[in-house]
Each structure stands twice: as C-alpha cells, then as structure tokens.
Design a protein around this ligand. Sequence first.
Ligand code: RIB
Ligand code: CA
Length: 314
Amino acid sequence: MAQKIIFDTDPGIDDAMAILFALASPEIEVVGLTTVFGNVHTDLATRNALRLLEFAGRADIPVAHGAAKPLQIDFDEPAAFVHGENGLGEVYLPEPTTAPDPRPAAQFIVDMVMQHPGEITLAPVGPLTNIALALLLEPRIVERVAGVVLMGGAGAVNGNVNPAAEANIWHDPHAADRVFTAGWPITMLGLDVTMAVQMDDAYLAELRSSRTGEFIYDISRFYLEFHRQVHGVYACHTHDPSVIAYLIDPTLYTVEYGPIRVITEGIAMGMTLWDRRGEWHRPNPWTGRRSVGVCTGVDAERVLALYRERITGG
Ligand code: RIB
Ligand code: CA
C-alpha cells in the first residue's frame, strides 16, 4: 500500500523537483500539500503548489495555505537569488485555476492525521512552522502520525546559511526545536546527504525525454547558476527530493541516531546540535529526548538512478 504523506513545502525549485518525483512514484500517495514561507512568501508558495499540481494533472490533491512568518522571529527574506523571483527559476507556469483548501495548513495537518491514525507521514521540506503550529493545536498528533521525515539541518557538516545553520532550520529555529523534541519518530535528511547527491548538467539534460523532465531541466537553469556562483560546481544539490527518495527506499541511506536540540539565538542560531555521545556525567537538555534518525550516508548513484527512472518513466 502506498505511504500517505503531507508534503509541507515552500516551492522553490528543489521543492518542485521533489513534488514531481512524489507524484511519479506509486509507493507514495500525496494526500495534501501545505505551504510555508521560505524560498518565497507563502502567497506565492501556495500559487506555485497549485500551479505544479495543475501542470502534473493532479489538481485533485488539496493545497492548504500555511504560515507566513516564523513563530518568534521575523522572516528574513525570500531566497530569490537561489530560486528566482517567482520561486521556479523564472520559468512561468500559467496562473492556477484551482483554489486552496479553506483550512489553514496547521488545521489541515491536524484533521488529516486525526482522521487517519498511524497512516500519515509528515514530510516537511521548508521551515517547520506549520508542523509546530499543528503540534500546538493538537498535541495528540504525536501519537497519530506514522512519522516525520524532513529535509533540513546539518548533522556532522556545516550549514549553508552560515557555518552553523541550514536554511530551513535557520528560518524558524523555535519551530524546529519543538518538532525535533516532540517525541515522535523523526528522520532528518540534512546537508550531510543532500549535498552529497549532485545533479549535473548532463544528468539534467537526460531528464528531458519526458514532459516533466523537460520542465525540471528548464527550472534547473537558474539553480545551476546559483550553484556555480556560490558552490563552484555546475550541478545542483538534491535537497528536497532526498525526502522522497528516502520514503521510497530507506536502504539508500545510512542512518545514525541521537537527540537533536536547535539553537534558537546567538551566533549559532538554527544549528541542529546533535548528541552523538549519549553518555554524560550530568543531565543536560538532550537527556531523555527521543533519538532522531540522522542520515549520514547515501548511495548517490542509486538516488540519481531512481529519480531519473521516475521522471523519465524508463
Ligand atoms: O537548505 C536547503 C533547503 O532550503 C531546501 O528545502 C530548499 O528548498 C530551501 O528551502
Ligand atoms: Ca524547500
């Protein structure tokens, strides 16, 4: 049976790449997209989510409009230099003809999880604000989800906003700390593994044999330019699609365990500080917290092969 997921997203080029991957994968049933600020403002994230579903012929999937700002800090600004002014690499899909679900994202998450106990995996690939708000609305979702599998954070490597912080966590560290310490089963696909899988220009060109792959190639032009300028490679990191790859086949990844706390202020704000020791001479804020599964290794070739197979259909 396909795994039911709610994909919480700020589309976003790699978000779009992940959504199209999920829709092309029979192991996954997307029961809803929920939107959040991050790569773009939330209004645009919602319109992009609707656009992408219409492009994929899946306008039957609900989109719930989410938080427009972090829990306790200000929203810095959208990442137009990474994803383009429109969030999709300056490739313009038509205005959506469909409308969002009337419920706010957090309420949508609560309703779906409570209606389908044990069945729904939350798959956030943006700031964790909607997930934290859902926890505040209905704490019992902790026992009712199948799990949380997220893109964000950095286990044993530097961040990508600064040495401490990865972008999704940095945007709302207070929400992230709530999500990491809620006590539910949680797996983190952070920069340790998402930057280890690179889609280069030749790989992306191979995707063009399908209509979906042609679109992914087109939106990747802007993204590759960003990676060239900032990372010195003409290839893009595989951030958000990694969550879908993990859900389809967890054997693609090596997972290690330990509790995570998120630094919420100061020079290291947004850092996912992971306890890999577990043995201390006195209790600390990590003690007694449920372990997070942190992906530390990945079979990059197999992830790339899986993605190509799903996008090209062959
Ligand atoms: O750091 C990578 C993450 O930040 C991805 O989710 C990307 O879409 C951006 O939101
Ligand atoms: Ca994202």
